[in-house]
Design a protein around this ligand. Structure first.
Ligand SMILES: NC(=O)C1=CN([C@@H]2O[C@H](COP(=O)(O)OP(=O)(O)OC[C@H]3O[C@@H](n4cnc5c(N)ncnc54)[C@H](OP(=O)(O)O)[C@@H]3O)[C@@H](O)[C@H]2O)C=CC1
Length: 387
């Protein structure tokens, strides 16, 4: 239905465009950038980052009110995925930026549309929006960011920007893993048994709420001190991984239709035995060696290595009657449209652990890097904080 609405508005709003942002255009903006990969000391605040401009007609410029941080920001600060991102990012050098630096991190944005490309008909300047920004694009720790019209969505009316910025990246990841890869959706999830390995962080706290809203029975693994949080979000059964091997604790549970793994490591050695065999049940892990492979071996060989690795695991598990899959973040404005409706209907709420000011971006990175997240870390980018 939402896809149709996007199409309808596209048709009705013929070539709407505003020139107000362009007319008042400055050439620089405040931002946190990195000029090389490393630890937290590579983060640099500047008032002179290049102001992003629309290069493709389907893009919009968003004024950032709040940005969300994710573990991938810590990894990217250290160079994770650099080879792949360099290939994806501006392969024709249209932006003429001359390379990956200065790089702006931050994958979540909640803010306001300032300008729309000529092909953007679903949005107009002034719209309050949110988006998850793909890792090969400049991020949201800046005054403005450019995203594609198909990545952006109207933010939930019931949320402030600092709340909204906690959701897009984890929602787009959970949606891609659970819906596109795992095969569950709002119409087929009632009474399905879902196991979420790692329920207390960003992805977990969103995924619990999403599948619970669709009627699934949700089992979650987390630390003992996160039990109350995940139960409040809708978890039916909670397993404390600090109390002993999870596989032993889960052995006598009824088998599952879907397992979402955001922990990795040894998990896949035992977790697939917890699925209902020969029923279409799936194990979807978010912890994949895909980017490490491409960083290490280059794009072609890295992709080949990844295909061989995942292919072997898929075949091995198919023989046991269960499905093994890798899950990935995938930007999707239409998925965020649906999430926005769920939020405004009170079915999903933001789980914000801490909000930092724009001046405190390095502290926000430290917080995410320490781990043990209980929901999300957000950076609020108010006018007076950009000085
Ligand atoms: N493939 C992809 O495209 C994507 C992959 N990811 C990956 O998914 C993972 C989760 O992301 P995100 O939720 O944002 O991360 P967070 O850092 O927000 O959360 C991780 C959570 O896991 C908990 N945890 C740690 N160890 C265990 C364990 N053994 N069992 C259960 N819970 C545990 C942590 O709390 P505590 O330590 O206190 O228990 C924390 O709450 C990350 O590794 C991330 O890189 C995320 C998005 C996209």
């Amino acid at each position: 239905m939402l896809m149709c609405r996007r199409w309808l508005v596209c048709s009705l709003r013929c070539h709407y465009r505003s020139f107000s942002f362009s007319a008042a255009r400055r050439t620089v903006m405040p931002a946190w950038v990195i000029d090389k990969y490393g630890k937290n000391d590579v983060l640099r605040f500047t008032k002179n980052a290049a102001l992003p401009i629309i290069h493709y007609p389907n893009e919009v410029v968003v004024k950032v009110h709040a940005a969300g941080l994710n573990p991938i920001d810590i990894s990217m600060r250290g160079g994770y995925g650099a080879a792949t991102m360099a290939m994806k990012r501006d392969p024709l050098n249209i932006s003429q930026s001359g390379g990956e630096f200065p790089l702006i991190l931050g994958r979540d944005v909640s803010g306001e549309i300032m300008e729309c490309g000529l092909d953007v008909k679903y949005f107009k300047p002034g719209d309050q929006v949110w988006a998850a920004i793909p890792p090969w694009k400049q991020g949201s720790l800046a005054e403005f960011v450019v995203v594609s019209g198909n990545e952006v969505s109207h933010k939930p009316k019931s949320l402030r920007h600092d709340e909204a910025a906690s959701i897009p990246y984890v929602a787009a990841t959970a949606w891609s893993a659970i819906v596109n890869t795992g095969g569950l959706n709002k119409d087929n999830s009632v009474k399905k048994r879902v196991l979420i390995l790692g329920g207390s962080g960003g992805v977990g706290t969103f995924a619990i709420q999403m599948v619970k809203a669709w009627g699934a029975h949700v089992t979650v693994t987390c630390s003992q001190n996160a039990e109350r949080l995940v139960r409040d979000l809708g978890a039916d059964d909670v397993v404390d991984y600090t109390a002993g091997p999870v596989e032993k604790q889960l052995k006598n549970f009824e088998k599952f239709d879907l397992i979402l793994d955001s922990i990795g490591g040894e998990t896949e050695k035992w977790a697939l035995d917890l699925l209902k065999p020969w029923s279409g049940a799936k194990f979807v892990t978010l912890i994949t060696p895909f980017l490490q492979n491409t960083d290490r071996l280059g794009l072609a060989d890295g992709m080949m290595q990844s295909a061989v690795t995942v292919g072997c695991k898929v075949v091995k598990n198919l023989r046991k009657g269960v499905h093994y899959r890798w899950g990935f973040f995938a930007p999707s404005g239409s998925a965020l449209d649906e999430v926005s409706e769920m939020v405004d209907a009170g079915k999903v709420r933001p789980v914000v652990e801490e909000v930092f000011s724009f001046a405190q971006v390095p502290e926000a990175f430290q917080k995410v890097e320490q781990g043990h997240a209980r929901g999300k870390t957000v950076v609020s980018i108010m006018e007076d904080q950009k000085e």
